[in-house]
Design a protein around this ligand. Sequence first.
Ligand code: G6P
Length: 369
Amino acid sequence: GELDKNGFEHFMLKEIFEQPQTIEDTFKGRLKPEYSDIVLGGLHHVFPRIAKAGRIVIIGCGTSWHAALIAEYLLEDFAQIPVEVEYASEFRYRKPLLNKNDVVILISQSGETADTLAALRLAREKGALVLGICNVVGSTLSRETEAGVYTHAGVEIGVASTKAFTAQVTVLTLFTLKLAKTRGTISDEEYSLLVKELAEIPKKGRAILENNEKIRQVAEKYKDAVNALYLGRGTLFPVAMEGALKLKEISYIHAEGYAAGEMKHGPIALVDDNLPVVVVAPQDAWYEKIISNIQEVKARKGNVIAIVTEGDTGLKELTDDVIEIPRSHPALAPLLAVIPLQLLAYHIAVLRGCNVDQPRNLAKSVTVE
Ligand code: G6P
């Protein structure tokens, strides 16, 4: 059942392993047969307004904010609509410029985060169309937004969010594709290809989970690190930040997620033979660039753990450890690349004797300011 560990040592591990299923659950009723259409019932009545919006502002905290950043790349790329992403705690205390042509999307697993609810109320006051992406049915957020989409990830008990994140990214991907189709900014071929590939993500997720023991062995090597750096480009930059957040939340190792191209403006100063650098490096449009980043780290004796496309033997030679993920459309890579990062953080935390389900000082849902 949802409220027991089903034989897993921790809720977090159980929830990581549930992801192929929870992503599938998020498709249910939304991916039509033969992938002919995407149906987001909760947004149906407002979709014409969304399609004509001048701008989309996406707001959240923590892991939900990382999902928002991925959506910024996807929406601007495929739906060609300007997007801004904000921390709820910042948005609520500045004087944001919003009007009736703006769509504001609040992302929250719990639907009860105080800052996110305050941002919601502010956005409503300013007359924007206010939507929610939320996991908890009947939550305050789901009641106060005008329309929205549920993530259907099921109850998440581990304080560090895992399956709620991949469900959020799934919903945001469906939303992006539907919006792009409606706005005529994606070709029929690319749309069908993406929808078809999205439907294959759960299967590919299962293949990654089969590497769990390998990832545990990598964790053994790095469990005593004091700091860690995570690098990625494009949509995998927010994934790098999410990987770093997982590690710091549950293992208390200080970790930073950075855009790989920005490394030379600071983090490179930290690189020495004691610094693990996790590089999300699948074979996509940024592959050559990320290889140079890896070379820069290796030249300074950093330890590189690379998340690579299955069968990429070149990077094996260049790095200390590789973790493979199946090939996918680059737009869908976040859903796969985050899984080994979750497992790496999990195993390092367990090996350090940390309480992974209930890390110190953190709350599952921050309902007070
Ligand atoms: C807390 C949790 C995080 C979560 C964040 C936002 O910090 O520990 O896992 O990402 O709140 O929560 P929400 O429920 O709004 O997504």
